[in-house]
Design a protein around this ligand. Structure first.
Ligand SMILES: [Zn+2]
Ligand SMILES: [Zn+2]
Length: 254
């Protein structure tokens, strides 16, 4: 069984001491491919994931300014993103979007930086990886007005209503460790109703480790727990979930 982790922060300093070993454990656990998310600590460094993708043939990268860091973006940031978008290992713009939970950047700036990056993705014909938290309506309004391509709602934690809205827009939904948490029943409902050809899996490591690793540092090797759980709640086999999520990943990003 081969797995794909569609969203991991392998550049995170929590992996500083054992990054190579973490990546080796992932491969040993069957995680064949990983999409390294490049938002890092925000501008001016936009290449956190590109550096990793250059070092490992089975790693791919995204580029983008996280909504938390929107206020650090300058005109030069967007020029650099436009240039990086042509790098052969860069497969998406993300994670981009809106986060009204932490409000680490002012909301109007988050919206402007989100829109600017949608334009960059459009010009480069790259899919997008969306982060949205407590900002669903604004995220959807901007996507409806400005986006027609492919994309992923990363770490999808919404209920069935939001799932249907995202699916209607053509998005894939990526499920992570949250679906294994006891209180996540409405997200599990979303995971049950998502068509097989629109499902992805992710760790979002080092965050959100699935049960039984909950509370610990997450890593791509834990992908299997989420795949097994998703198979259980959908009444299918881990092999089928691994197969479809790998195919979906390849169609979108490879
Ligand atoms: Zn996120
Ligand atoms: Zn993330």
């Amino acid at each position: 069984m081969t797995l794909v982790d569609s969203h991991c922060h392998l550049d995170d300093r929590q992996f500083s001491a054992d990054r190579d070993e973490t990546i080796a454990r992932a491969r040993a656990a069957g995680v064949e491919t990983m999409l390294a998310i490049g938002s890092g600590d925000g501008p001016p460094d936009l290449e956190a994931a590109v550096r990793l993708a250059e070092a490992y043939p089975f790693l791919y990268a995204t580029i983008g300014v996280h909504p938390h860091d929107a206020s650090k973006a300058t005109p030069g940031t967007f020029d650099r993103l436009r240039a990086l978008a042509t790098h052969p290992k860069v497969r998406a713009v993300g994670e981009i979007g809106l986060d009204y939970h932490y409000d680490l950047s002012p909301r109007p700036i988050q919206r402007t930086v989100f829109s600017a990056q949608l334009a960059i993705a459009r010009e480069a014909s790259l899919p997008i990886v969306i982060h949205t938290r407590e900002a669903w309506d604004d995220t959807l309004a901007i996507l409806r007005a400005e986006w027609q391509g492919a994309g992923v709602m990363h770490c999808f934690t919404g209920g069935p209503g939001q799932a249907r809205q995202a699916l209607d827009l053509g998005f894939h939904l990526a499920f992570g460790g949250v679906i294994t948490f006891p209180k996540a029943e409405s997200t599990r409902e979303s995971a049950r109703l998502t068509p097989l050809d629109r499902i992805l899996v992710e760790t979002d490591c080092p965050y959100l480790a699935p049960v039984p690793h909950r509370g610990k540092r997450n890593e791509p090797a834990f992908m299997l727990e989420t795949v097994k759980y998703l198979a259980m709640i959908r009444n299918t086999t881990p092999e089928e979930i691994a197969g479809v999520t790998t195919r979906n990943f390849r169609a979108l990003f490879q």
